[in-house]
Ligand binder design. Structure first.
Ligand code: ADP
Length: 537
């Protein structure tokens, strides 16, 4: 509910200000007024109350307005500070505004006074509404993040279980049954993709997007798209071309994963919407004119990643909406025979902006489209100017994100594992997956249950521990495991659905063998770590 009252504190103001304020009638909103007699009263007035506006009198001998401003600022009260008094010249007003006063209103004209106070009431209301909306948005984003996290864990397990089923290990499934399983696998993957996009959007909107800046070599970075997309394009009988117009090695400081996400989105769209011809990724240094044309700072050193295609192009009316997340998400899907969620471009546009760049589009319906991502050589400044963005400096390459090929391991009849995670379906999937190499995998759905196993006669060669259990936090469980664990050295792999900060990872690595982020590929990463452990055994 939006609070539509406005409270005004009058500090020793003159009769005319009292009269104007008490006679105010602004769109039926309730105006609460308070009166202040001395500086000492000010602290009391702010102790249990928030004042949207405070009106100070500059001409009252016994009232020290500078002291009053200091009190308000020290309390970090969000009041709008208005000063009233006899008419002043421009220099005097400028000096006043430097003291922390937001506006000076002369008391010479009651009509002007009323207009100005009314404007400030409007301003206060607007601020209140913005704050409420921000609060709402934040709450919703947290809610979405939580739900998506739960759903992701489940979906990852469904994906893994369907993969295992489709292998038809016992040769008991018929062809059409395998087809159904493939369908389950495919649609779960689509759902996971949608979920990840919703999560990204909600992170962007709440300013919680994690940005990790690192140095990348543009040519190396871009070449990997050729490796990835040449085979995909070939399947559709079109060509994928990488056209590097950079004359020398160019290093840029950016968020590699996010930039990759944007280009993957643009290239896969281009391939999706092109039936014949080619899709081209071009890298070049844009001219000042080009930057100017796109309203980018022409003094900033920028690089352009251009993705062009000879596909269906985009109609004028569609251009208006494809960058809007909600319009697309709402009902465009049915007319879109290509599938997709319609969130990718909205996310890409935001990511480009967060990194200090821009995403532009030129297209001709029926002829093809050209999307260009302009990126600054260094995104540090842009990211620092957005205090709401979560910046994480990359110290070294994050090994947990590298997906090693699935190791060929022989089943080791001696290896026992304790898997501590509160998601039953996840435990089921992981247990089944690990059964290829591991003899025994015991699952515990809470920290308490895990402690009981550890205190019993069971011995474990490895413990896989989820960071967020219903009854304890992973770090505390890790500590407790070390206390109970007789051998003190049982390797522990932390397995987390939420992103763990670099600092926390460093801390965890003192006790844990590995920290693995849960996602579709993480099962394989996990298996890689187990493989290393078994080889050492
Ligand atoms: P989706 O996941 O649906 O592809 P996007 O936000 O990436 O979501 O794209 C939104 C829409 O923009 C697409 O559904 C398509 O209609 C249009 N579009 C995007 N890229 C292209 C392209 N290269 N050629 C033609 N249409 C495109």
């Amino acid at each position: 509910m939006i609070d539509s009252n406005v409270s005004i504190l009058l500090a020793q103001t003159s009769g005319i200000v009292h009269e104007v304020v008490s006679g105010l009638n602004y769109q039926g909103i309730e105006i609460e007024t308070g009166f202040l007699r001395s500086n000492a009263d000010l602290i009391k007035a702010y102790r249990h109350h928030h004042w949207d506006i405070i009106i100070l009198n500059l001409d009252h001998d016994e009232f020290n307005y500078l002291k009053a401003i200091r009190v308000i600022q020290r309390r970090k009260a969000q009041s709008r500070i208005i000063a009233t008094g006899r008419l002043k010249n421009r220099d005097e007003v400028n000096r006043l505004l430097k003291t922390g006063i937001h506006e000076f209103i002369p008391i010479t004209d009651p009509v002007l006074l009323e207009i100005k106070i009314t404007q400030n009431i409007e301003f206060a209301l607007l601020r209140k509404r913005t704050r409420e909306l921000e609060h709402d948005l934040n709450y919703k984003s947290q809610f979405i993040a939580k739900i998506s996290h739960e759903m992701r864990t489940t979906l990852n397990s469904v994906i893994l279980l369907s993969e295992i089923l489709a292998e038809n290990r016992n040769r008991s499934l018929k062809d059409d049954e395998i087809e159904y399983i493939d369908l389950i696998h495919g649609s779960s993957n689509n759902l996971l993709d949608l979920l990840n996009k919703i999560l990204d959007l909600s992170k962007i909107q709440s300013g919680k997007m994690n940005i990790q800046l690192e140095q990348i070599d543009v040519k190396d970075f871009s070449k990997r798209f050729s490796r990835l997309y040449i085979p995909v394009a070939r399947e559709k009988s079109i060509r994928f071309i990488y056209d590097n117009k950079l004359s020398e090695e160019q290093l840029i400081k950016t968020d590699r994963i996010r930039l990759e996400q944007v280009l993957n989105n643009l290239i896969s769209n281009a391939i999706k919407f092109t039936k014949k011809g080619h899709v081209k990724l071009k890298t070049y240094i844009p001219s000042k004119n080009e930057l100017n044309f796109h309203k980018l700072d022409q003094n900033e050193k920028m690089i352009a990643f251009e993705v062009s295609d000879t596909g269906i192009g985009i109609s004028d009316e569609k251009i208006q909406i494809i960058f809007e997340s909600y319009v697309q998400a709402e009902g465009q899907k049915t007319e879109n025979s290509f599938g997709g969620t319609g969130l990718g471009l909205a996310i890409s546009k935001e990511i480009a902006q967060i990194l200090g760049g821009k995403l532009t589009l030129e297209t001709l319906y029926g002829e093809g489209s050209t999307f260009t991502v302009y990126m600054p050589f260094n995104s540090q400044k842009a990211v620092e100017n957005k205090p709401e963005v979560d910046v994480v400096k990359v110290l070294k390459k994050d090994k947990t994100k590298e997906v090693k090929p699935l190791p060929k391991l022989k089943k080791n009849s001696k290896v026992n594992i304790l898997l501590i995670d509160n998601s039953t379906i996840h435990n089921m999937a992981l247990k089944e997956f690990l059964s290829v190499v591991v003899k025994d995998c015991i699952t515990a759905e809470s920290a308490q249950e895990a402690y009981e196993f550890l205190n019993s006669d069971h011995t474990f060669d490895c413990i896989i521990l989820d960071m967020y259990l219903p009854d304890a936090y992973g770090k505390d469980v890790l500590q407790k495991i070390r206390e109970i664990d007789h051998r003190k050295t049982t390797p522990v792999i932390i397995y987390s659905g939420k992103t763990i900060s670099k600092t926390e990872q460093k801390e965890l690595y003192q006790e844990a063998m590995a920290v693995v982020q849960k996602n579709v590929n993480s099962y394989k990463v996990l298996l890689g770590h187990l493989g290393d452990m078994m080889r050492e055994k």
